[in-house]
Write a protein that binds this ligand. Structure first.
Ligand SMILES: Cc1cc2nc3c(=O)[nH]c(=O)nc-3n(C[C@H](O)[C@H](O)[C@H](O)COP(=O)(O)O)c2cc1C
Length: 199
């Protein structure tokens, strides 16, 4: 039995390729680990606010000294961090937007990368605090980025791999539904992506 966190970033619901791909991964995981809990964090619906002047001060202030305003500001961030800490397996579905991750997902990242909670500089160098967790990335795109001339232009996967590793999440596997906008590839892109899942 595992706690599985599914972080989504597409507004397209059941039509979303990234969510369908992630759901295939989760189906495999729940078959392998019966009784698992699946918690969904829909970052589009959640609409995390951009970090403002209160966040950095509140992040540095001990919890017991938080003002009511700081408490309110940190509520979503604290919850998102708690979900990450509680998860054994994290599945992130990513709709590739403008060669990068959607801003809704970036906002979630800004709320979970927190000193003392998900990373620490206490030893003098950065240390990720989220240990022993498995991450799956489910990326959907109209172009092809796993190989070929566009490979250097997917800035989403390298960024995610870096920032997740920064928090200690180093065991990362990527699956893709790609080429969904390219005639000759688009016809089988979804099926091919779903079938590639080997979890
Ligand atoms: C605003 C926007 C920007 C996009 N930018 C790219 C892009 O840079 N490269 C690409 O291959 N596809 C791009 N696409 C296509 C999406 O990646 C594709 O539709 C994908 O399936 C979206 O994920 P979803 O099906 O989970 O919503 C873009 C789509 C939208 C709506």
């Amino acid at each position: 039995m595992k706690n599985i966190l599914h972080v989504t970033s597409s507004p397209r619901g059941e039509h979303s390729h990234s969510i369908r791909l992630a759901n295939r991964i989760i189906d495999r995981l729940t078959a392998r680990y019966p009784g698992s809990n699946v918690h969904i964090n829909d970052t589009v619906a959640k609409n995390y606010i951009h970090l403002n002047a209160i966040h950095p001060v509140a992040y540095k202030t001990p919890e017991s000294e938080h003002s009511p305003e700081q408490k309110e500001t940190l509520y979503s961030s604290d919850l998102a961090v708690k979900e990450l800490i509680q998860a054994d397996i994290i599945v992130i579905s990513i709709a590739l937007y403008n060669f990068n991750i959607p801003s809704a997902l970036k906002a979630w990242i800004d709320h979970v990368v927190r000193a003392g909670k998900t990373f620490s500089y206490q030893s003098g160098q950065a240390e990720g605090l989220l240990k022993g967790k498995k991450v799956y990335l489910a990326i959907a795109s109209n172009g092809v980025y796993s190989d070929g001339p566009m490979k250097p232009y997917d800035f989403g996967e390298p960024y995610l791999r870096f920032i997740l590793s920064f928090m200690g999440l180093t065991d990362i596997t990527t699956y893709r539904v790609e080429g969904a906008g390219i005639p000759g590839i688009m016809e089988t892109a979804l099926e091919k992506g779903l079938e590639s899942v080997a979890v």
